[in-house]
Design a binder for this molecule. Structure first.
Ligand code: VGL
Ligand code: ZN
Length: 203
């Protein structure tokens, strides 16, 4: 049994958004078509309280994209994004949503960032996604969404660690940083993940 995971396809990661991923909108038609080939579609949603510690605005004198130490872990400082209840945090209106069975929210703890849909960055707390998928009999996880080098990548890493077969759909993701994208793909391959194109996938 396979599941399609839609990672953070939210307005703030799309053109015009607070943390827009270059060409992020290019994934939308691909993702909408892909959904038809899956019996289970699940989404994640970055869902931060205002003044989240991953925001540069929460640290006096710090700039966006600077890296700081946050509770013993390196933390990239982001522009304010995906604040709970704002339009930027909503899933894109251009994303087909009728087949999404559940939405897992993350990044709600103001003290720690949460790139993966499975765990926060310190692996302190689970979102319940892995158990949800296992409960549905899922063994293979296909990942699409934004950003390829952050939330899609970290979700894929956790999916591997949770012993799912992992497929990263290269043409249905876009990255914040080109180098980061190449490193993410190389690392996923080294750890047993599969990098595939959506046209190579069939029902
Ligand atoms: C993301 C940075 C900060 C993502 C979320 O969805 O990739 N990136 N928060
Ligand atoms: Zn975030």
């Amino acid at each position: 049994m396979r599941a399609l995971l839609l990672i953070d396809i939210q307005n703030d990661f799309l053109p015009g958004g607070a943390l827009a991923v270059p060409e992020g909108n290019a994934i939308l038609p691909v993702v909408n078509k892909l959904q038809e080939q899956f019996d289970l579609v699940v989404a994640t949603q970055d869902w931060h309280p205002p003044q989240h510690k991953s925001f540069a605005s929460s640290h006096a004198g710090k700039n966006v994209f600077e890296v700081i130490d946050l509770n013993g872990m390196p933390q990239v400082l982001w522009p304010d994004h995906c604040i709970q209840g704002t339009a930027g945090a909503e899933l894109s209106a251009e994303l087909a949503q009728n087949r999404i069975e559940a939405i897992f929210r993350k990044g709600t703890n103001p003290e720690i960032d949460s790139y993966s849909g499975f765990y926060d960055n310190g692996h302190l707390k689970s979102t319940g996604l892995a158990d949800y998928l296992r409960g549905k009999g899922v063994t293979e996880v296909y990942l699409v969404g934004l950003a390829a080098d952050y939330c899609v990548y970290f979700s894929a890493l956790d999916a591997l660690q949770e012993l799912f077969e992992v497929y990263y759909l290269e043409d249905a993701v876009r990255a914040i940083n080109g180098d980061g994208f190449e490193k993410a793909k190389a690392d996923l391959l080294a750890k047993g993940g599969h990098i595939i194109q959506s046209h190579n996938l069939h029902a």
